[in-house]
Design a protein around this ligand. Structure first.
Ligand SMILES: Nc1ncnc2c1ncn2[C@@H]1O[C@H](COP(=O)(O)OP(=O)(O)OP(=O)(O)O)[C@@H](O)[C@H]1O
Ligand SMILES: [Mg+2]
Length: 282
């Protein structure tokens, strides 16, 4: 296997002995650079987070709501955007992904196994295909209707397990799911939110499930008319969601009662998103 000169951000991990060699760069995403590395006999994946200034804006609107911070000085600094505040926001953002990975792995969700988090670098399992090569994203794969139905069902089971563990992914789509030899693996979790404590959790869950519906609906059009998102959230709210639940894809709306609070939240969300979009375009 080849090797490359370790990029500066990985040098510290090489010196600490956490990484032996850097094999190659896998991807450069919006939020991170991803490398294939060797650690002893294992091949792993190193995700190096970019600085906040180089990242997209997706965490700005709703993801940071209710994120736990250690103390109020930190919370105030984060709100004011001082340098200390930015560092704290940064650390919270990065450790959110590590926390989510441990929590979800423990809940039986198929995510990359985390190995270490050091100096802004997450070392985790390299998800591989049947040949042992880095696994493709769903977006890069074609499916038969049968395969689409199977993967869609598998991923809904994963979404339910995540929600049972109190987590909503928040950016689930064909770009953040890899197709491993043994099936789909969910990745990219720094924006994951606490389902119970975040006002946007419902909207984010519905969006996650909708992304799956639309993607797999391209290959199996009958999926397009399913309503698993509403069904799952309804079960969750009523406290009867469990990992082994049987889903139907049907959802009967209660007629009459309008939840004014949630309508107002939808409006607020739309306004906040629009404001963030305008900021990005400046
Ligand atoms: N554990 C892993 N195993 C194999 N490949 C991975 C792993 N983690 C990430 N990758 C690859 O690196 C890419 C970027 O990772 P990730 O989505 O976590 O970062 P990101 O910066 O948020 O990227 P993007 O902005 O493209 O969503 C993934 O699409 C995938 O191809
Ligand atoms: Mg991604």
């Amino acid at each position: 296997m080849g090797r490359m000169k370790a990029p500066p951000r990985l040098q510290a991990l090489v010196e600490e002995g956490l990484i032996d060699t850097v094999v190659r760069q896998l991807m450069s995403g919006k939020e991170a650079m991803v490398y294939v590395v060797r650690c002893g006999d294992d091949t792993r994946c190193a995700k190096v987070y970019k600085d906040a200034t180089e990242r997209s804006f997706r965490q700005a609107v709703d993801y940071t709501e209710n994120r736990k911070v250690k103390n109020t000085r930190q919370a105030r600094a984060m709100a004011k955007g001082t340098r200390f505040g930015r560092q704290a926001t940064e650390a919270a953002w990065q450790s959110a992904e590590v926390d989510a990975l441990y929590r979800l792995a423990a809940a039986g969700v198929r995510v990359p196994k985390p190995h270490n988090f050091h100096d802004g670098v997450l070392l985790m399992e390299l998800v591989v295909d049947a040949n042992g090569d880095a696994a493709p994203r769903l977006n890069d794969v074609e499916f038969t209707p049968e395969q689409a139905r199977t993967h869609h069902a598998t991923l809904l089971t994963q979404v339910v397990r995540m929600l049972c563990a109190g987590v909503v992914h928040g950016d689930l789509s064909e770009f953040n799911i890899l197709l491993a030899a043994d099936g789909p693996v969910v990745i990219d979790l720094p924006q994951a939110v606490d389902a119970a404590g975040n006002n946007h959790a419902q909207r984010m869950l519905l969006r996650d499930v909708d992304n799956l519906r639309i993607f797999f609906g391209r290959f199996a059009p009958e999926l397009l008319s399913t309503e698993h998102g509403h069904e799952i959230w309804d079960l969750y709210e009523r406290g009867v969601l469990s990992p082994g639940v049987t889903l139907t894809g049907l959802f009967v709306r209660k007629s009459g009662a309008v939840d004014l609070g949630s309508v107002m939240r939808e409006i607020d969300d739309a306004l906040a998103e629009d404001a963030a979009r305008k900021l990005r375009m400046q």
